[in-house]
Design a binder for this molecule. Structure first.
Ligand SMILES: [Zn+2]
Length: 407
């Protein structure tokens, strides 16, 4: 029943217009000096442009800010001029990790704060610099808080590069032999201040059809790569109605994102290609691959017989639906259709996904959130840290997702 409600909730969310969600409350109980610090930190982070592959400047600034505030800071080189930032207190091996990303999608939009409406906008203001700023202030404030005081030195912060472009930062951190293992990892992405119980998987792939060029007046002298592609896509249009689905995540969807082929109307096309993203509601990338190959094998055989070919490139991103822990009282719950760094960090840790702001505005030219949403996130992260720290650690191997699905 719970799962059913979640998918209904996800459906309902999908149908409402992309706009800044009014905060559930217009007032937070965050104290004035923390609020001031939060707004200043958030502004600085948004002010520095950090489109994927250009995260150096924001990383340098953030590292010095964290150092100035008493953290030990390490930089992990991911690629030339690209660094993940790891920060912690007096010990390096901590139980809890809070993580988000410092890169953004293009293009850059400058920061603004409208004091009349209390709306703060700009590129990255939601995704994910709101999470970055709120996580830092949440951890810094634990120093003063009675119950959570002891936790302050048991928490690390990790801010990665490249989340918006394949997750290379988190993949590099995951593979880093010097990195600690954690019991609890809290990921920050825009979740409207709710706790995410899971997100769809993904299978990104390309199709390449090849043929033989000829004059279009004599098409029998050539092999049309575009014809091969059109037939293939027609089969996939039909297949995508029958892909695995689940109560929790709804239907698997398949987006024909980019199709390109041929050179001119009067030339039989020699090459044709398509880029496709499949969002998995159930099953695994392997299962979907098998279904696609099986459905198109006759087209491939015919193409080869005629002197052409049909090939699939599976080297894109691929993982099954990602179940995320959401066993914390006092938070609204939802599932989402976008990908995150959650599956890119290996380990048997408990994982949570929470952040301020709405995903529907995240990659748009009107990316913005309310000041109160940002403030609420500081309080919510603290609540999350406290409650998660009381949970039993995960059993070894328990993090593996279930392979069950419905066709
Ligand atoms: Zn993000």
């Amino acid at each position: 029943m719970l799962l059913q409600n979640l998918s209904l909730l996800a459906l309902a969310l999908g149908s409402y217009a992309a706009s800044v969600r009014p905060a559930s409350s217009e007032v937070t109980t965050l104290d004035a000096s923390t609020s001031k610090e939060l707004l200043a930190l958030h502004k600085k982070l948004v002010d520095i442009e950090s489109i994927s592959e250009n995260e150096l400047e924001v990383g340098i600034w953030l590292a010095s800010y964290l150092k100035d505030n008493g953290f030990t800071v390490e930089r992990q080189e991911v690629a030339k001029d690209r660094y993940n930032i790891l920060a912690y207190g007096s010990k390096r091996d901590t139980t809890i990790l809070l993580s988000s990303h410092i890169d953004t999608v293009p293009p850059y939009w400058p920061y603004y704060y409208n004091k009349t409406t209390d709306v703060i906008g700009g590129r990255g203001s939601v995704d994910a610099k709101a999470s970055v700023a709120a996580q830092i202030l949440a951890v810094m404030g634990l120093k003063e808080e009675g119950e959570a005081k002891f936790l302050r030195d048991d928490i690390s912060l990790l801010f990665v590069v490249g989340e918006e472009a394949g997750g290379e930062g988190m993949k590099a951190f995951s593979a880093w032999d010097k990195r600690p293992q954690y019991d609890i990892v809290i990921f920050g992405e825009p979740t409207e201040g709710k706790l995410v119980c899971g997100h769809k998987g993904i299978l990104g792939f390309e199709i390449h059809a090849t043929g033989k060029a000829a004059h279009s007046g004599y098409p029998w002298l050539g092999v049309s790569a575009n014809d091969i592609m059109a037939e293939t896509l027609a089969v996939l249009l039909e297949l995508r109605q029958h892909l695995p689905w689940s109560e929790k995540y709804g239907n698997t969807t398949m987006n024909f994102g980019r199709i390109q082929g041929g050179v001119a109307a009067n030339v039989v096309a020699e090459t044709s290609s398509a880029k496709i993203a499949t969002r998995l509601a159930a099953g695994t990338p392997k299962i979907i691959q098998g279904l696609i190959l099986n459905a198109t094998k006759e087209i491939k055989a015919r193409a080869q017989k005629d002197g052409g070919d049909l090939e699939f490139d599976w080297s894109g991103n691929g993982y099954p639906p990602v179940d995320i822990d959401c066993d914390i009282e006092g938070f609204e719950k939802l599932t989402v259709n976008y990908g995150t760094d959650v599956p890119n960090l290996e380990g048997d840790h408990r994982r949570y996904l929470y952040g301020p702001g709405n995903i529907f505005v995240a990659h748009s030219d009107h990316e913005a959130l309310k000041r109160t949403e940002l403030e609420q996130a500081v309080l919510d992260y603290r609540r999350l840290i406290l409650q998660a720290s009381k949970m039993e650690p995960k059993q070894q191997g328990a993090g593996k997702g279930s392979e069950q699905f419905e066709l």
